[in-house]
Design a protein around this ligand. Structure first.
Ligand SMILES: [Ca+2]
Ligand SMILES: [Ca+2]
Length: 115
């Protein structure tokens, strides 16, 4: 129960899960002398939501440092997760590409033939 269980119109958040579920609440109303009890059923349609990857922030290290790539994921339904780390192709920075564009490779020149 998200709000006060003694309120006239309490609220709650439907829980995560993998299978549809019926949640039954019982409401007891009394005027101090007489009491009436009734129930209400809330059918929760559930789905399998994708996990969220939360890798550690970027870091700067020195050469030969051992770096741990911590990437804990979180699944809304608490399912066990499998990790696969890959290294995308290295990206050159814009400045590196500009520098290379200004310095074209010199073409080999033909050596004069000695006579
Ligand atoms: Ca879900
Ligand atoms: Ca899931």
């Amino acid at each position: 129960m998200r709000s006060d269980a003694h309120a006239g119109s309490p609220t709650f958040t439907a829980p995560e899960g993998l299978t549809n579920t019926a949640i039954v609440f019982q409401c007891s109303v009394t005027d101090g002398t007489n009491t009436t009890v009734d129930t209400v059923t809330i059918d929760v349609n559930r789905d399998n939501d994708a996990p969220t990857a939360k890798p550690a922030p970027n870091q700067t290290v020195d050469e030969n440092d051992v770096v741990t790539l911590a990437g804990p994921g979180v699944d809304p339904e608490g399912q066990s997760l499998t990790y696969t780390w890959t290294q995308p192709a290295a990206r050159r920075s814009c400045s590196a590409m500009r520098t290379q564009a200004r310095r074209p490779s010199p073409l080999p020149r033909a050596s004069p033939t000695p006579r």
